[in-house]
Design a protein. Sequence first.
Length: 291
Amino acid sequence: MKKFVDYSNQYVLTVNCKTAPGIVAGIASYLTERGGYIAELSQFDDKITDQFFLRTLFNIATDSSHTFQDIHDGFDVLAKKHGITWSMYDASLPTKVLIMVSKFDHCLVDLLYRYNKGELNIEITAIVSNHQDLQSIVEREGFRFIYLPVTTETKAEKEAELLNIINETGTDLVVLARYMQILSDNLCKHLHGRAINIHHSFLPGFKGAKPYHQAYERGVKLIGATAHYVTGDLDEGPIIEQSVLPVSHAYYPDELVSLGRDTEMRALAGAVKLHAENRVLISGNKTIIFK
């Protein structure tokens, strides 16, 4: 039986603007004057970029005359005063997620397990693959499986189909759960800030094929995995979550691959959870994470 965290009457506000006095006080006053109760607030003042970031979780008093829509619509006046880029979300609404896979099943199976346990506030809209190896797993779990084979000649056509699927399903976030195809620059631009990839190595470093073998050749003492937003620069997108494991000279490549699967699952699930809870703000090629 699936269990879900109760997010009812919980709302999230995220803010980004130029550093200036009075922003936090203005936001707090705005919310409390309208029956909002601030349950959680995190902020960061980046002294290098002179940018201010804030995330707050708030409730609305049951006897308040203001609705979430009132508070949402009215916030724009304060935002314009301070030059704020902002978003406000109803935390009860799950993030609609489309998962993309190839032949490796561990990240997919882990996400489905966490979803079924109610650990992730997401709704899986479909699972797309360029192979049919995992179709039985997906359909056994009751999800829509879409086979979308890609070749060099059909890449543009298939990516157009993928965008149609994303739009048709109302997908908010695309998760590349060991999807072994490089997305085009055009698709990356379409999915800016709403596509997460898991890289089977601790970035930055060891690019290209067989990163665990490269790590072995260099005698590394840590292996890891990196979940990041997808950009046109391969494996260079803003990093969301990383997971590492200590190793020694006694570990051979096959053992590193096996251990690495655990880091991949943890990093990807952690990144999806952070994104779904609106805890990630993008700042250039970095992320601000409010855990």
